[in-house]
Each structure stands twice: as structure tokens, then as C-alpha cells.
Write a protein that binds this ligand. Structure first.
Ligand SMILES: Cc1cc2nc3c(=O)[nH]c(=O)nc-3n(C[C@H](O)[C@H](O)[C@H](O)COP(=O)(O)OP(=O)(O)OC[C@H]3O[C@@H](n4cnc5c(N)ncnc54)[C@H](O)[C@@H]3O)c2cc1C
Length: 477
């Protein structure tokens, strides 16, 4: 017996499903009404891994999955410091999001706002600045975090950061440029200023970046800058606490500290950076450090889109979620990763913002969405306690805490490399990174300084929407 398809938006009836779906899409500018729409915001550790799991778990014939992210690639952040030091190439640690979209749509755009009441998300396309609205049945918020300068504009204007691939490229260029300038000045005072690199923040990112840069600069100067006096190189790490690497145990923090000291890094504890200019940074104890390179890893916070969401917020403005990673007021909305405040029932605190956690959270989100879609109520709770933490601290040196054991030196560094190469998505990138590491064992550092590149502004051209964007409900705003 043939089936009749009636349109819920008008009186039209169809005896073919294909005609009916085409009618819904083109006459009412919406997706096939039977399809549930899952919208993922953010293509980092949280978003990307939810996408991968959902595509695996769900029958996507009845579901439409869309992912929106500012960049068209997933960034493997643990290896960013190695890009900043030139050990790895930027493309080694970036993987196109489309590579993962086996059954999902991808929009490279910035999420501008989320209307939780209307279930509408407004995105601004990168290439022409046009706004569009996407509707959803289930929403996943995974937009990560941004650098926090605690309102200090001077520090913000004068700092380099290490959060994006552009940051790593800029930092590497800055370090190379400073070495080129220092090599061409006869003044020892100026040479010292150009060769002083100050890192603010002694957590994982800060310690890893000072370790990498220290090795990179000292090795490069020996290799190729005969006019530079090595005693003019100053590597400084600033910690607002009494310790470094507070994420690890005291013993490992101390071990990292004594290693860094041995290889020429000055560590200043119990102070904060309070002011900065083009060629200096001022500390809370009054010390003024003459330096042309200040790197900020002093803290992160949520972006303005997350701040503006009308829902409960937790520490640092993050979105407060329940143990199933859903918003209390909107059970169809999930949040994970650095933008979510996830209470840890065992400690009474919140789970830390790490890639390791975001990965585990993504599994719970994908599982729970699947359960809801098949009408089940037995959702899974998020509970995870890290079995290990590790950091690299320079040339073939690391510190690691694994299942209660402390490991240091070359062994910790080898474990770090093996663990992260294993977790790097795609075989191709594993090969690329393996080759970059191998090349670096046998050859000197690459000192090529590639200048700024130019991109064309396409604002004057009207870009027709692709059919897939038409399938979504969208409105020109
Ligand atoms: C230098 C460095 C080293 C690190 N090392 C480690 C480590 O060794 N181990 C570890 O566990 N963790 C590490 N981390 C932390 C880890 O990177 C984060 O905890 C993790 O990336 C969080 O995942 P996420 O999905 O929440 O955010 P992210 O991975 O940052 O992804 C957020 C995504 O959202 C996109 N986005 C943001 N805003 C918008 C918007 N408005 N519109 C559209 N898209 C948007 C971004 O482009 C990005 O793709 C490191 C971080 C840094 C910076």
C-alpha cells in the first residue's frame, strides 16, 4: 500500500517521500521534519570527539549532524609549544574538520549568539561576514576558552600567547627575529634586551613553552649566530605561586624546577606581572625586566558568547552542567570541555580543563544523546579521575605522574611523546610528526623566518549559499 506524506506546514500531500522532503526543504526552508537536528559548536577536543562518536553510534538517516567552528581544522594543542620552537610544522598538528565529517555538515563560521529559548544559533561566516541562524533539537557547546589578562590592557597588548596555531607561528617568528636583530647590534645591553624571553604562568603551557624556547634559542645561537654572546640570553619563568606545575605533585614540580635552573632558566616565584610595554615587563615586587618578548600563559576564561548565555554559570563564567553534562534548565543542551563547569562529586570541586577530560566527556555526551534519541532515560554520569599527567620541560626531558608513580628525565619525555603520538588523530599526521622528530635528531634547527602573508578580503562579492546551508533553517539577518 502506498503511503501519503502530508506537510505539517501547509496542506500539501505527496505520495513520494523524496518529493515531500524536497518540498519541506525548499518551500519551508527547513530540514526534513522527521529528522532530529544535532548541532555541535566548536571543533576542538570536546566537539570533534562528540562528532566522531555520534557518527559511529547513530543511524544518521534519521538525524542531521552539523558542526560549526571558527577554523576549518582541529588543533592538537599539546604539541603547540613544539611548533613555536620549530620542532614541528604547523600542519603536523592540524587536521581538517572535513576529514572527520563522514556524515555531518561543517560550517566554518563564528558562533555569534545562542538563543536557548528559541533553539536558534546565529553564526557569522568567516569569508563574507554574513549572519545565519541554524536551528537545533540538541545542542552541544564545546567552544573552549580564551586567554584571561584579568582586565590588564597593557599586558594584553604587549604579550604573545600560545593558544592557537597562529600564536605558535607568530611566536616562532618573533624569537627568530629577535635573534636576527640581536646578532646585528654591537650593544651588549640591547642584545640582552632582545634575547630576554619572559613567560608569565608556570602551569603546563608556561613550563612547556619556556623549556622548548630555551633549548631552541641556545641551540640556534650556537649553531648559527656567532656575533651573539650566549651570556646575553635570559630565559625567565614567572609564577604567582610558590611552586611551578601545580597540576603535578610537589616532588615533580621541584624536579622540573631544578632541571630548568640547570639549563639556564631563571624562575621567579610568588610574583605577578602587573605592567608591560614594548620592551619591558614590571612585576608586583617592583622588579622591571627589560625584554622584548613577553609570553602570557597566566590564565583562561570563557568567551563573550558563553558569558552572554542565559543559563546557570559556574566558576570563571563557565556553563554549569549536571552530572550528565546537560544544562539544568535546558536538558536538550550539553556542554563540555574548557567552557563547561562540571562538578566533581568526589572532590566537591570542578573537573580541570584539560584535553584528557574533554575527550572522556565527549564519550558521555555522545552516549547520552543516543539514549535520549531512542527514548531511554538511563543516562550515563560523568566521572573520571586522571591516571596520569605529564609535561615536557626541554631537550629530551620531562616529568610525569603515572598511576601514583613519579617519572622524570628522558623516560618521562619518551612516555610523553609515545602517549601523544598515539592520541594524535590520523595515521598521516603520526607519520608527519614522527618524521619531523627524526629529522630534528640528525639536523640543526630550521631558522627560516617567513614574513607576513596577505589574504584577500571578499566582502564586495555576494556569495551564494550552498544547497546544504539552504537545508538548514536560515534567515538573512
Ligand atoms: C599550549 C597548550 C598545551 C596544552 N597541553 C595539554 C596537555 O598536554 N594535555 C591536556 O590534557 N591538555 C592540554 N591543554 C589543554 C587542552 O588544549 C584543552 O583543555 C582542550 O583543548 C579543551 O578542549 P575544548 O574542546 O573545550 O576546547 P578547544 O580544544 O580549545 O576547542 C574549542 C573549539 O571551538 C572553536 N571556537 C571557539 N569559539 C568559537 C566561536 N565563537 N565560534 C565558533 N567556533 C569557536 C575553536 O576554534 C576550537 O576549534 C593544552 C592547552 C594549550 C593551550
Amino acid at each position: 500500500m502506498s503511503q501519503i506524506y502530508n506537510c505539517v506546514h501547509c496542506d500539501a500531500a505527496f505520495d513520494s517521500k523524496k518529493e515531500f522532503e524536497a518540498h519541506v526543504i525548499f518551500s519551508h526552508k527547513t530540514d526534513a521534519i522527521s529528522k532530529k537536528k544535532i548541532l555541535i559548536l566548536g571543533g576542538g577536543f570536546g566537539g570533534m570527539y562528540v562528532l566522531k562518536d555520534l557518527q559511529k553510534k547513530l543511524d544518521v538517516k534519521n538525524i542531521s549532524i552539523t558542526i560549526v567552528s571558527e577554523n576549518n581544522y582541529f588543533l592538537f594543542t599539546p604539541m603547540l609549544p613544539e611548533v613555536a620552537s620549530g620542532m614541528l610544522n604547523p600542519r603536523d598538528i592540524t587536521i581538517p574538520i572535513r576529514h572527520f565529517c563522514t556524515r555531518a555538515k561543517f560550517y566554518q563560521a563564528t558562533v555569534f549568539s545562542v538563543d536557548l529559548a528559541q533553539k536558534l544559533v546565529t553564526i557569522t561566516r568567516k569569508f563574507d561576514g554574513k549572519d545565519h541562524a541554524l536551528e537545533y533539537d540538541y545542542l552541544i557547546l564545546a567552544v573552549g576558552s580564551i586567554n584571561n589578562f584579568f582586565g590588564n590592557k597593557k599586558l594584553e597588548e604587549n604579550s604573545f600567547t600560545i593558544k592557537t596555531i597562529e600564536d605558535a607561528i607568530e611566536l616562532r617568528n618573533q624569537v627568530l627575529l629577535m635573534m636576527e636583530i640581536a646578532a646585528q647590534t654591537g650593544s651588549m645591553g640591547l642584545q640582552q634586551k632582545f634575547l630576554t624571553f619572559t613567560v608569565v604562568g608556570a602551569g603546563f603551557a608556561g613550563v612547556e613553552i619556556i623549556g622548548e624556547l630555551n633549548h631552541f634559542v641556545r641551540k640556534s645561537v650556537k649553531q648559527a649566530y656567532p656575533t651573539i654572546d650566549e651570556t646575553n640570553i635570559n630565559m625567565i619563568l614567572i609564577s604567582s605561586r610558590n611552586e611551578i606545575l601545580p597540576e603535578l605533585n610537589k616532588k615533580l614540580g621541584e624536579s622540573a624546577r631544578s632541571y630548568l635552573k640547570k639549563v639556564g632558566v631563571r624562575i621567579i616565584t610568588n610574583v605577578k606581572a602587573v605592567d608591560a610595554g614594548e620592551s619591558h615587563v614590571e612585576l608586583s615586587d617592583g622588579e622591571i625586566i627589560p625584554c622584548t618578548t613577553l609570553i602570557w600563559t597566566g590564565g583562561v576564561t570563557t568567551n563573550s558568547m558563553i558569558e552572554s548565555l542565559i543559563c546557570e554559570h559556574g566558576e570563571g563564567g563557565k556553563i554549569l552542567v549536571d552530572k550528565y553534562l546537560r544544562l539544568n534548565e535546558h536538558p536538550e543542551v550539553f556542554a563540555l570541555g574548557d567552557c563547561a563547569a562540571i562538578p566533581d562529586a568526589d572532590t566537591g570541586k570542578f573537573y580541570p580543563p584539560t584535553a584528557q577530560h574533554a575527550l572522556r566527556e565527549s564519550k558521555i555526551v555522545a552516549h547520552n544523546i543516543k539514549k535520549i534519541l531512542v527514548g531511554k532515560t538511563n543516562l550515563r554520569e560523568f566521572s573520571y579521575h586522571s591516571k596520569g599527567m605529564m609535561a615536557t620541560i626541554g631537550n629530551r626531558a620531562g616529568v610525569a605522574s603515572l598511576m601514583g608513580y613519579s617519572v622524570t628525565g628522558v623516560l618521562a619525555w619518551l612516555i610523553w611523546r609515545s602517549y601523544y603520538i598515539m592520541h594524535l588523530p590520523t595515521f598521516e599526521k603520526k607519520i608527519r610528526i614522527g618524521s619531523s622528530w627524526a629529522i630534528n635528531l640528525f639536523f640543526g634547527t630550521d631558522l627560516t623566518l617567513i614574513g607576513e602573508t596577505k589574504t584577500k578580503n571578499l566582502c564586495e562579492i555576494t556569495i551564494e549559499d550552498t544547497p546544504s546551508l539552504k537545508e538548514q533553517l536560515f534567515t538573512d539577518l
